[in-house]
Design a binder for this molecule. Structure first.
Ligand code: ADP
Ligand code: MG
Length: 439
């Protein structure tokens, strides 16, 4: 099977040849004709197996020039970096076509995107908040959308974009094709599919939750955060094998702390990225890591989804991810396409149940490596590791209650007569805000 066996135009075939791609991956092959038939499609395949092209190829094959130049295709993704990546992918595939794709995301003046969209386009790629703003100010005309694509939707929901997502869906015309691709499908995503998709065809390239065979998965049991940093210091000394290392940190604050601790030992080799950094800083960190200028990138889950980083030799999880699905996405930043990679996960005693959940989801046990004797065990504690950490939180809440904040809130809820669903949604949003803070 090669790309020429699919019903592609010579323009697309030439662009694929330029990119050195010859044969479709299994998800690309399976999804192509079903998407071409116009049906709604939910596609699942492991990380790094080419889901982007699985929806882009048929989308571009079905593209027709239209005089009005309003967007015909809307692609929603959770992060700004992913917007840029997908726009670049479209540009690569349309070298020989007249397709205009515009990417829009927060953190840039709305006027800039408004002007770009008003100039006319075929495909709009963006984060939900910015797309909704563009619909509200009239630059983006949702009623012309023929195809609606959501990539990495579970992350979108994690980041608390549910309301914006629903708002955008409400503006789209009834008659449209819906496509959704992911490596994992959570229950909440399933409920969105049930509510918005029209008899979707489910296409699966491998059972959900299957990790990639070309990623070696190792683990270390480590007593606490500062010891984890010591171990990291030690591991990173092997510059030859650890030549492009993506290190996941548990939170923005700890990402910065790790950077401060490691940077003196590895000057000019480390970058850091999280959502509190400016957009320029974020793009720069990624660029330096991709170009090889930096060997190490410390990141929050901001980059755990969808980003196609090339040749990452190792993914190191300094924390064991709370959601087992997230583990799969994180390690999926290595071992992409036909490459191999290694993931290493540090697990403190408190995190053992999280590790068990991950292993249960994958039906695969991480190979545990003995803690190296030469690495110092630290007895320093970060606030999160203090025994009274949780207690402190409860205290704060109680203080709030005594000041009446708790009751005021309750009253406000009563006034609006929230339905059970709305209350549940509010609770979910609170949880999401907490998660968003970490990134
Ligand atoms: P996913 O969304 O499944 O995680 P991506 O769509 O980001 O994966 O693709 C991962 C990598 O594989 C990208 O670098 C992409 O260019 C490459 N790729 C995709 N399809 C093919 C193909 N048919 N042949 C070779 N490489 C491919
Ligand atoms: Mg993807």
């Amino acid at each position: 099977m090669t790309f020429s066996d699919l019903n592609l135009s010579k323009f697309l075939l030439n662009a694929l040849a330029d990119a050195g791609m010859e044969a479709p991956t299994p998800i690309q092959e399976k999804a192509f004709s079903v998407i071409m038939s116009g049906k709604d499609v939910v596609g699942t395949a492991q990380t790094g197996t080419g889901k982007t092209l699985a929806f882009l190829l048929p989308t571009l094959r079905m593209w027709r020039f239209q005089k009005h130049r309003f967007a015909q295709v809307l692609i929603l993704v959770p992060t700004r970096e992913l917007v840029v990546q997908i726009v670049e992918e479209i540009e690569k595939l349309t070298t020989y076509m007249n397709v205009v794709a515009v990417g829009a995301y927060g953190g840039v003046n709305l006027k800039v995107h408004t002007a770009e969209v008003m100039q006319g386009l075929d495909i709009l790629v963006g984060t939900p908040g910015r797309i909704y703003d563009l619909a509200l100010n009239g630059a983006f005309k949702p009623k012309h959308i023929q195809r609606f694509i959501i990539d990495e939707v579970d992350e979108m929901l994690e980041l608390g974009f549910r309301t914006q997502l629903n708002n955008i869906i409400d503006l789209l015309p009834q008659k449209r094709q819906n496509l959704l691709f992911s490596a994992t499908i959570t229950q909440e995503v399933q409920s969105i599919i049930d509510a918005t998709f029209n008899f979707p065809v489910f296409i699966e390239a491998a059972p959900l939750g299957t990790p990639l065979e070309n990623i070696k998965q190792w683990g270390y049991k480590v007593s606490n955060f500062h010891t984890k940093i010591n171990l990291l210091q030690h591991i990173l000394q092997d510059k030859e094998s650890y030549h492009r290392v993506l290190v996941f940190a548990p939170s923005k604050r700890l990402a910065d702390l790790m950077f401060e601790q490691l940077d003196p030992s590895y000057p000019e080799e480390i970058g850091v990225i999280h959502s509190n950094k400016s957009q320029n800083y974020r793009f720069n960190s990624l660029r330096k890591f991709q170009s090889g200028e930096h060997r190490i990138l410390i990141a929050t889950d901001l980059v755990s989804r969808g980003l196609d980083l090339s040749d990452v030799s190792h993914v190191i999880n300094v924390d064991t991810p709370e959601e087992p699905e997230n583990y799969i996405h994180r390690i999926g930043r290595t071992g992409r396409a036909d490459k191999t990679g290694t993931s290493i996960t540090f697990t403190a005693e408190k995190e053992l149940p999280l590790l068990e959940a991950i292993e249960a989801l994958m039906q695969h046990e991480l190979e545990q490596i003995a803690f190296p004797e030469e690495v110092a065990i630290s007895d320093l504690k970060i606030p999160e590791e203090e025994d009274n950490f949780v207690v402190k939180n409860v205290k704060v809440k109680l203080d709030m209650r005594s000041k009446g904040a708790f009751h005021e809130k309750k009253k406000a809820n009563a006034k609006k007569k929230l339905t059970r669903g709305e209350i549940r949604e509010q609770r979910g949003r609170k949880k999401q805000r907490k998660k968003r803070k970490r990134r």
